[in-house]
Design a protein around this ligand. Structure first.
Ligand SMILES: [Ca+2]
Length: 408
């Protein structure tokens, strides 16, 4: 603080001397009447005040950058994320949520809500158990109401039954599209990213909502105003025209088609198949973390006890975690993820083909993305798994950062 006062005083003195010299020159050159000079002198305090504010802000920014290793600079705000997950049939959703929590602790991310695209209530309870484990039990959770997809294989029931959470029944969980509207309506314009790692059902429902008491805007306009980008796990690059179908596209292909054609902001598809499997995570998590105390490690352990198809066992693919990486850290990173400009042609059953149409409106341009095989998938896996294994920070990292800034 002493240094700050010294710097502040020196700046004010410099400012004051500069203004005095300026007034002398004006007086000597133009012989301005004293009444006018007094008016000019009257402006000096405002000038000094402005200099003081500027100096203070400058000092604080510099101070934070130099001395607080884990605190981003004033220009590096955490990325606001709404996380939309199926969390019923695969366990990479759990790994993705764990990553987001670690990134929130590290001030890269602010999780605004977790929204379940499955109709399985224990998916919501599992997500709440994970949020609670990371010390953030109050993160809002929504779920798809009514008819929808439910591919629960059972690991979420085990996690929800073993670890503390506040979800007691499906009826107590807010409707996904209503929660979306409430959160979006309360945000500044262009301030949030939506990240989905499951079905597109909730996003279709959101786009179709009319104006209401929450916001006069319909869903599409609300998204257009508030969302910077929508990043999703989904699709095959360059095409999936088989009848197997992509795991996120096929269960609600109509929703994928609708969202792809109506989403008003940038839409990034983290699309691919083989590279998902090249980035292997989970084995180290289960080996080094206590599966009785850590719901993420426990979810992976239970998942592997229920499935026989995981050819990577004891590791697992990292499709949803790669989408987290892309949503938070973007394309420009050391793993040189590549993007391809174009547009998905999607059929109602979820089959898709990537094309580079030029007649699509700019606002609806979508991206596909793949990791070149020369990329060190093992290094990316290590980075992802380190985040999945990062210990909880019991207090909300963002609040902590605010408190620390106040002290400076
Ligand atoms: Ca998923």
């Amino acid at each position: 603080m002493t240094g700050f006062l010294k710097q502040l005083n020196m700046n004010n003195i410099l400012s004051y001397n500069f203004n005095n010299k300026l007034l002398s020159r004006i007086w000597n050159k133009y012989k301005i009447p004293w009444s006018c000079l007094i008016m000019l002198i009257g402006l000096l305090p405002f000038n000094i005040g402005a200099q003081s504010v500027k100096s203070s802000a400058h000092y604080k920014t510099e101070h934070i950058e130099k001395h607080s290793i884990n605190i981003p600079s004033a220009n590096e705000k955490p990325v606001k994320i709404i996380f939309d997950t199926d969390m019923d049939s695969d366990v990479d959703d759990v790994g993705a949520l764990a990553m987001l929590h670690a990134m929130m602790t590290n001030r890269e991310v602010e999780i605004l809500a977790v929204i379940i695209s499955s109709t399985c209530p224990t998916s919501a309870a599992c997500a709440d158990a994970i949020n609670t484990y990371y010390g953030r039990p109050d993160i809002p959770i929504g779920i798809k109401k009514g008819k929808g997809v439910n591919r629960n294989i059972g690991y979420v029931d085990k996690v929800a039954g073993k670890f503390p959470n506040n979800i007691r029944s499906g009826e107590s969980i807010p409707d996904a599209k209503v929660l979306y509207r409430k959160i979006l309506a309360g945000l500044p314009d262009k301030s949030v990213k939506i990240l989905s790692v499951g079905y597109f059902t909730n996003l279709k429902d959101l786009l179709k909502t009319p104006g209401d008491s929450i916001s006069k805007l319909n869903g599409r306009d609300l998204v257009n105003d508030k969302v910077t980008e929508y990043v999703c796990t989904g699709g095959e690059y360059p095409s999936d025209l088989s009848f197997q179908g992509n795991g996120n596209f096929e269960p609600d292909g109509e929703a994928v088609k609708y969202v792809n054609e109506h989403w008003p902001t940038m839409l990034t598809f983290v699309a691919g198949e083989q590279y998902f499997w090249d980035v292997k995570t989970g084995a180290r998590l289960m080996k080094e973390c206590d599966t009785d105390k850590n719901p993420v490690a426990y979810a992976y352990k239970v998942f592997h006890s229920l499935v026989t198809w995981d050819r990577l066992y004891p590791d697992h693919h990292s499709a949803d975690q790669i989408s987290v990486y892309v949503a938070v850290r973007g394309f420009e990173n050391k793993y040189t993820l590549t993007k391809t400009l174009g547009y998905y042609h999607i059929r109602n059953n979820g089959l898709c083909e990537w094309k580079t149409d030029s007649d699509k409106p700019l606002r609806r341009i979508t991206y596909s993305l793949k990791v070149p095989y020369k990329v060190s998938a093992d290094n990316l896996a290590d980075e992802i798994e380190n985040l999945m294994m990062q210990k909880p920070y019991k207090q909300n990292g963002l609040v902590k950062m605010t408190e620390l800034k106040k002290q400076l």
